[in-house]
Design a protein around this ligand. Structure first.
Ligand SMILES: Nc1nc2c(ncn2[C@@H]2O[C@H](COP(=O)(O)OP(=O)(O)OP(=O)(O)O)[C@@H](O)[C@H]2O)c(=O)[nH]1
Ligand SMILES: [Mg+2]
Length: 291
């Protein structure tokens, strides 16, 4: 299955982000802490070029803490300011303004020297659908002012929101990109909920997720789905999960129901906090590419 989702409103959102770029001092690039690489939109680099940015690993509560710490180190080594945050609970948010101020210090000092009156930092929040951009804005603002929802594509247009006297934020619709070079990226985005479910084949997504988790988190998979061992064969795994949950249609296992349940439970944190990629996976790839 080839996954692709780039509806018209995203193409429009991309144009609007480009247009508004000159109005902002800094970009807050919101990524999903469970997939900090695959949830970075490669178009963002082209669009924002050298604008200062802070990468925010949101939904850190849903990701594997140790792996998130590895990711923060990974970004730091590449001179990118990155913070792990939980926008729903509001943890880690204070650091955002602190880091933004640090990155903009020189610019604001320059303006001050020219006699420009101090003003709020203007920031634009960009990121893939469902990453939590509007939730973060609401948290920072202190009131629910931007619409949120646990499905991709909730925000359809841009909106400026004031946060105290220090920050003005522009909320933007989530943007994906026209083609995933690596289909694995598509699968990871699908598992974590960045792609509209209606266009997905859930069986494929569940196969991908169970294979990954069976390797990286075997004990959690075994425990959740009552397995003695993680079967090598994926059909056997579906059969066993289906049997233990009683998902049968006549004598047949209802694979669709198994798939839908597996995905729902992963997203619903029934297997605990999970990371779907690690910096070491990428570093291996970088070494291979360079040789
Ligand atoms: N567990 C957890 N859930 C979060 C966090 N941030 C946001 N969410 C949830 O993620 C879902 C999506 O949040 P939104 O703020 O609507 O996401 P968005 O990036 O604005 O999405 P679009 O407007 O569709 O691009 C909602 O159900 C939020 O409650 C977080 O840090 N942790
Ligand atoms: Mg939104």
């Amino acid at each position: 299955m080839t996954i692709q989702w780039f509806p018209g409103h995203m193409a429009k959102a991309r144009r609007e982000v480009t247009e508004k770029l000159k109005l902002v001092d800094i970009i807050f690039e919101l990524v999903d802490a469970r997939i900090p690489h695959s949830s970075r939109n490669p178009m963002i680099d082209e669009i924002i070029q050298h604008k200062p940015r802070v990468v925010l690993l949101n939904k850190a509560d849903m990701a594997d803490k140790e792996i998130t710490a590895e990711w923060i180190r990974y970004f730091k080594e590449r001179d990118i300011t990155a913070l792990a945050i939980n926008s729903q609970a509001g943890t880690g948010l204070k650091q955002i303004v602190t880091e933004a101020k640090k990155l903009l210090n020189e610019k604001f000092e320059r303006l001050k020297a020219k006699g420009v009156k101090p003003r709020a930092i203007r920031a634009m929040i960009v990121g893939i659908p469902n990453a939590g951009k509007s939730t973060l804005i609401n948290r920072l603002h202190g009131k629910n002012i931007a619409k949120t929802g646990n499905m991709p594509g909730v925000t359809k247009s841009q909106q400026w929101i004031k946060v105290g006297n220090e920050l003005e934020l522009l909320d933007t619709p989530g943007i994906l990109w026209p083609k995933f070079e690596d289909q694995e990226v598509g699968y990871k985005l699908a598992v974590t909920g960045a792609i509209k479910d209606a266009i997905l084949n859930m069986d494929d997504i569940a196969v991908y997720a169970l294979r990954y988790l069976g390797t990286r988190y075997p004990s959690r998979v075994k425990e959740r789905f009552h397995l003695d061992e993680v079967p090598e064969d994926i059909v056997e795994m579906f059969d066993k999960i289906g049997l233990s949950r009683g998902f049968k249609q006549g004598n047949e296992i209802d694979y669709d129901k198994v798939a839908e349940t597996v995905i729902r439970e992963i997203r619903g944190e029934k297997l605990g906090p999970l990371s779907f990629e690690r910096p070491s996976d990428l570093e291996k790839l970088e070494i291979e590419l360079n040789n």
